[in-house]
Design a protein around this ligand. Structure first.
Ligand SMILES: [Zn+2]
Length: 229
């Protein structure tokens, strides 16, 4: 594994101009892009007025963390879900098939929009039934499920605060993620500074056996995986 300093430097070069600040909430602290965090607070105020206690469960995520998630999925330590949100056995797949399966619901390290700090996973704390663990699945947003009204709210009100739902767009071929919001203006700015060369520099710091397959897959798909279009 690379050192913390090496990783931080390579990660900062991926999205030049990124500026993260720490947000402290009652039960959860997170890091996010400063402007995006302000926009999210506006959306939270609107949500409160309509009866939703809108909370963030994930904002900025480091490359190191995403790398670990990816590695755990690739090596079978963590579940990989298919299009119907059921666990899939990836043990017999080739390396690139495994990576493809993982990317249906999960980002590759260096290619997560959460690295920018402009993107948030949200939920409504007051709609989550007591004792129910937050899943982040589409089942929670089905018409008879507890987040259905939250889904309706986000669809209508998120754009009015400058947010888009990149993983609900017609151009996205992976799993739908109605809980994932992106502060569009800042995300577009940061994505315009992204280069595949900077990603290669980052990947050069890692030496796991799957790296050649990961690099090959990333080269082919990075624009789609980051929803750059
Ligand atoms: Zn997300």
């Amino acid at each position: 594994m690379p050192s913390v300093a090496e990783l931080a430097e390579a990660e900062a070069e991926l999205f030049p101009g990124r500026r993260l600040i720490e947000i402290r909430e009652k039960n959860f602290n997170y890091w996010a892009d400063a402007e995006s965090a302000v926009a999210l607070q506006h959306l939270q105020v609107k949500a409160t007025a309509q009866g939703f206690k809108l909370q963030v469960c994930s904002a900025y995520r480091s490359v190191e963390r995403q790398y670990q998630i990816f590695k755990d999925k690739f090596t079978g330590k963590r579940q990989v879900l298919d299009a119907t949100e059921q666990p899939v056995d990836i043990s017999r797949l080739s390396a690139s098939e495994k990576i493809k399966a993982i990317t249906y619901f999960s980002a590759l390290p260096g290619l997560s929009r959460h690295h920018m700090g402009t993107d948030f996973d949200v939920y409504a704390a007051n709609l989550l039934p007591e004792g129910q663990m937050l899943q982040l699945t589409c089942r929670e947003y089905a018409p008879d499920a507890y987040f259905y009204s939250l889904g309706q709210f986000l669809q209508v009100q998120a754009p009015s605060c400058g947010f888009v739902q990149p993983f609900c767009m017609a151009t996205w071929h992976g799993g739908r993620e109605p809980w994932h919001l992106s502060y569009s203006q800042r995300a577009r700015q940061l994505l315009s500074g992204f280069s595949f060369e900077a990603l290669l520099k980052l990947y050069a710091l890692f030496d796991d056996d799957f790296m050649p397959a990961l690099i090959g897959f990333a080269k082919q798909h990075y624009r789609n995986l980051l929803c750059m279009n």
